[in-house]
Design a protein around this ligand. Sequence first.
Ligand code: GLC
Length: 551
Amino acid sequence: MTESPAADRSDRRWWADAVFYQIYPRSFADLSGDGVGDLLGVADRLGYLELLGVDAIWLSPVTRSPMADHGYDVSDPRDIDPLFGGMAAFDALLSAAHDSDIKVVMDLVPNHTSREHPWFEEALRSPTGSAARERYIFRDGRGPSGAEPPNNWRSIFGGSAWTRIAEPDGSPGQWYLHLFAPEQPDLDWNNPEVWADLEKTMRFWLDRGIDGFRIDVAHGMAKPPGLPDMPATPDGSVVELLTGDENDIRFNNPGVHRIHRKIRRVLDDYPDAVAIGEIWVRDGSEFAQYVRPDELHLGFNFALAEAPWSAARIRTAIDESLAAVHAVRAVPTWTLSNHDVDREVTRLAKGADADAGRDIGTKRARALILVELALPGTAFIYNGAELGLPNVDLPDSALQDPVWERSGHTDRGRDGCRVPLPWGGDRPPYEFSTSADTWLPMPDDWASLTTEAQLEDADSTLSLYRTAIELRKSRSEFSGDSIDWYGSRPDALAFRRSAGGLICVVNAGTEPIGLPPGTPLLSSSPLTGEGLLPPDSAAWLVPPAAADRGA
Ligand code: GLC
C-alpha cells in the first residue's frame, strides 16, 4: 500500500490520472521580445513546469494562422507559425519537454480552417459546384436574388453564420457557413478529402513525437442534413452562443461519432497518444457517447468550470460527471477554467461585494482546486490559475477577441482571461517579455502574483498547487476511480476516495465547520485554533487508519 498510484498504472493510460497544464502560447512567456509569447519561451520555463509537477502540457494552437481567432483559424495545419518560432522552436520544445518527462499535446482544429487556407482561396477562385467549393459549406442564398443567407443560423461570435462571397467575375455570389468568425469557414465533413487531410495532419505530428491532441469543437464537425433553420426562442430571436444545449442543431449531430471513430483508429496506431475532445454537450448520456471505447479517450467536462459557489451545485456537478463517464467506462476529467471562460478567481467572486471580491474569489478558487485534484480522473489547469490570476478589465481599445467586434461591442469577449502571465519584478511586463508593449496590457497591481513572489511563499496559491499536485502524485490515498459522499450540512460537502481513502471537505457556508475524523493533509486556508475549517475553504484529510502509511 505504500506504492504510489503512478507506479502501478499502465503507461498506455498515462493520461488517466495525469495533471495537464494548458498553455495559451501568446500569453505564457515571450523569449523573442515582440510582446507575444512563443515556443522558446515555453522551453525556457520548463523548469517552472517541473516544479509545479504537471505531467503534460496542452498547447493551444501554434500552427500557421493569420490569427483572426488567435490560432484557431489555421491556414497550414502542418507547420508552426513564425510568430511562435517556427518548426525549429517546436522541435526544441518537444525534445526538451520529453527530457523533463513532460508530455506534449497539441490543439487540432478539424471543424474549420482559416479563410487564408489554400483550400478556401482555391474555392473562391473556383466556380459554384466545383470540387474546390465542396470542401466547404457553400450554398446559394435565399430570396429572388439570393441576397438572404441560406438559413437563420447565428455565429457563436455574433452575427449571421453565413457570409456572401463575390464570384470570380465580381458578381454577388454564394454564401459560406462559419459557425465562428467569417475568417473561419466550416469544412464539409461529408467530403472524403477533408478526412484524408486531417489524417495526414494527425500522422504528421504523431510521427514527430507528440503525445496527443486536444480536439477543438469536437461536437461540431457534422451538420444536420439539409441545414434546416433553427427554431426561434420565445422572444423571436435565434440562439447565438455556445449553449451546450443538446437541442442546438448546429452541434452534436449523430454523424460526428463516425468521425471520432476514424480519428480513434489513427490514434490506435500510436498507443501512448491521447485525444481529448472539447465537447460542449451538457446532457450526460449524450456527452458519454463521445468517450465510448472506440471514440475519444477523454472529453472536457466543464461542470466544475460552470458550477457557482454552492455545495449542492458542486456536488451535483461531480455526481453527474462521474455517472456520465462511468456508464461507458471512461475516465472523468475536470477543469476550473480555460481560455474561453472567466478565470475562477473572478467567476467565484460573483455575488460578493466589490471590495472583498477578489479575496473571496481567490479563497474559493483555492478550495476548488483541492476538490478538482482530489477527484479521480484527469485534471486540467489553465495557465495562470496556479498564480490565482483574476480576469482583467481591459480598456475597449485593447480588446482583440473577434467576439468584441462581431457582437457590435456588446460582448467584451475572452481577452480578460488571456492576459500574459507575470513572472517577476514589480511592474508590467513582469518579465513576461522584454517589451513593455505586450499583446494585451498587463495590470499594475500584479506584483504580488508573480511566480517570483509566490515560489518561496509557503502560503501562496502557487505553493498550494505545488503541494497538492505532489501529494496527489505520491500518496496512495488518491487511488481508485470512485468516491463516496459523507453526510454533511447543506452548505458543505465531503467525499472520500473509495479505494485510497483520501477525504476532501468543502465549506461553502458562512461559519467554520468541524472536520470528520482523520489527519489533515492540506487545507486551502489555515484551520482555526479549534481545528475547524473556515468558510470558503477546503481541506484534505487522511482517514485515521491510513494516517501513518502514506508517503
Ligand atoms: C473553441 C476554442 C475557442 C475558439 C473556437 C473556434 O471553442 O476553444 O477558443 O474560438 O473553438 O475555433
